[in-house]
Design a binder for this molecule. Structure first.
Ligand code: NDP
Length: 332
């Protein structure tokens, strides 16, 4: 197998030398084990946190060991009665060409005709569930709410905005980092308004896009975006704190938000969550989102990079905003 390992713990923005691509012989399969050839591997913002040696909700990556992450692949060898050669499986042995281990580490998925299996890594998988649970359960979205989503052209954000629209939001506003992404939000994804946060002060741009304020903020970014949302919130506003990507490579604490005190007078609820605690919602999510997908009511994008050699660059490019929708690596 060829696998990406963490060679050194990055400080600030990761450097190329912090990673190494290693070729390794796999042992023969033991009883009950399977070998899987990965077809797509996922690169995700949370992986940056796992590169630090700090206690968090997921343990840090170990140095000089294959990194982990979501992946989908095909069983190519099996010594288990539960999985057969040819089965499509979802698992956590990403960042490598071949993964192997006990069959219980691999979850068989039924391919949907006409839909690539990569969707199990985003809209019908972890990032889709993150969007669904965050908006509906954590932010307690209600019909008629005005919703603001940051990181809105990414894997999670693009789904949040569309679910809000489909569930009867009064107004859906998104922010993203380029004009192309802004056009995608108001065009393909049906947001009511969108702005490029790089064009100027986020609070000012949000105030223009939401003249009547916002009721829900779905935070993927933190910092100045969270500060802007606090300014724009109506009384009783609710935020799902999903992620704060603007800080993941920071070496100094963020200076924003400076206006947290507004949460008092406006009686706001700011609630963080981790999707892993919400898998009991998976079936409801998959049924509802699956139907929207099948009907063409909910659309998604993928940015696919070819080859395991490109995984490190795909990860770093995702952190810089090179992706539209989900960033994926297709393993040749
Ligand atoms: P995305 O597909 O959204 O990719 C990351 C995007 O972040 C980039 O495309 C870039 O878009 C944007 N970005 C990068 N730096 C900044 C910055 N400084 N300010 C604003 N935007 C920035 O990733 P995901 O959809 O996978 O993840 C989105 C968020 O959700 C992340 O914060 C992630 O940690 C979080 N998350 C949380 C989970 C949970 O359980 N709580 C589970 C899954 C994800 P642009 O061009 O617009 O800058």
């Amino acid at each position: 197998t060829r696998e990406w390992q963490l060679a050194a713990r990055p400080v600030g923005w990761p450097k190329n030398e912090d990673f190494q691509l290693v070729e390794r012989e796999l042992p023969d399969l033991g009883p009950g084990e399977v070998r899987v050839r990965n077809t797509y591997i996922s690169v995700d913002p949370y992986m940056r946190g796992r590169m630090n040696d700090v206690k968090s909700y997921t343990p840090p990556f170990q140095l000089n060991k294959a990194m982990e992450g979501g992946a989908v692949g095909t069983v190519v060898d099996s010594r288990s009665d539960d999985l057969a050669v040819g089965d499509t499986v979802l698992h956590f042995g990403g960042w490598r060409t071949l993964a192997q281990g006990p069959a219980s580490d691999f979850h068989k998925v039924s391919k949907v005709p006409g839909v690539p299996e990569s969707v199990f890594l985003h809209v019908l998988g972890m990032t889709g569930l993150t969007a669904y649970v965050g908006l509906l359960d954590i932010a307690e979205f209600r019909e008629g709410d005005t919703v603001f989503v940051s990181g809105a052209a990414g894997a999670v954000g693009s789904i949040v905005g569309q679910i809000a629209r489909l569930k009867g939001a009064k107004r859906v506003i998104g922010s993203a980092g380029s004009k192309e992404k802004v056009d995608l939000l108001t065009g393909k994804y049906g947001f009511d308004a969108a702005f490029n946060y790089k064009d100027g002060n986020v609070s000012k741009q949000l105030a223009q896009a939401a003249p009547e304020g916002i009721d829900v903020y779905f935070d993927n970014v933190g910092g100045e975006h969270l500060e802007a949302a606090l300014n724009a919130f109506n009384e009783g506003g609710r935020a799902a704190l999903c992620g704060m990507i603007s800080m993941y490579n920071a070496t100094e604490p963020e200076s924003a938000p400076r206006n947290l005190f507004l949460a008092v007078g406006k009686r706001l609820t700011l609630r963080g969550y981790i999707v892993g605690d919400h898998y009991h919602r998976f079936d409801a999510f998959a049924a509802e989102v699956g139907e929207w997908l099948a009907k063409g009511d909910l659309l998604y994008d993928e940015t696919v990079v070819e080859g395991i050699d490109q995984a490190r660059d795909a990860f770093l490019d995702m952190l810089r905003g090179a992706n539209v929708g989900k960033m994926l690596v297709r393993v040749g």
